[in-house]
Design a protein. Structure first.
Length: 143
């Protein structure tokens, strides 16, 4: 049984509702991503700039050689591990490890949200294509 004009109009309205819903979900996810990025950066700043503990860790372990978004290994990683073991105080180590663990958790949540946003954008693109297709059918039907 062929679809009627009313069926296409109903389908178009349904797609418009889905598009609107997906746009609002993507906007919410985008706000969550911004909050997570802010938290991630603040944790990094705490790790780098805290006078009581981070300076002890950084100064005593030459953290500046391995800081940033660089994946570190080899000689510098070994130097860092040795310095952490030998020179940093237990309180400084605990501080660094806890801040680092929290930043890692935020990073994982951030990656997950970015994946959700990318998926939502793909869904939105598909919905927009379907809406354009149905709109074209309606235009052809009416003309």
């Amino acid at each position: 049984m062929a679809k009627s004009l009313d069926d296409y109009k109903s389908e178009k309205k349904s797609l418009e509702n889905q598009i609107s819903s997906r746009k609002s979900k993507n906007a919410r996810i985008s706000r969550e991503i911004a909050r997570l990025e802010d938290a991630y950066n603040k944790m990094g700043k705490i790790k780098r700039n805290n006078d009581n503990n981070a300076d002890k860790v950084r100064d005593n372990t030459k953290l500046n050689k391995v800081a940033g978004n660089v994946e570190w290994r080899g000689k510098y990683k070994d130097q860092f591990d040795n310095a952490m073991k030998d020179r940093a105080t237990p309180a400084a180590k605990d501080f660094f490890d806890s801040i680092d663990a929290m930043q890692d958790e935020i990073g994982r949540a951030l990656d997950k949200k970015r994946g959700e946003y990318n998926t939502g954008s793909s869904i939105l693109n598909g919905l927009n294509k379907a809406w354009n297709n149905v709109s074209g059918i309606i235009r052809n039907w009416v003309n």
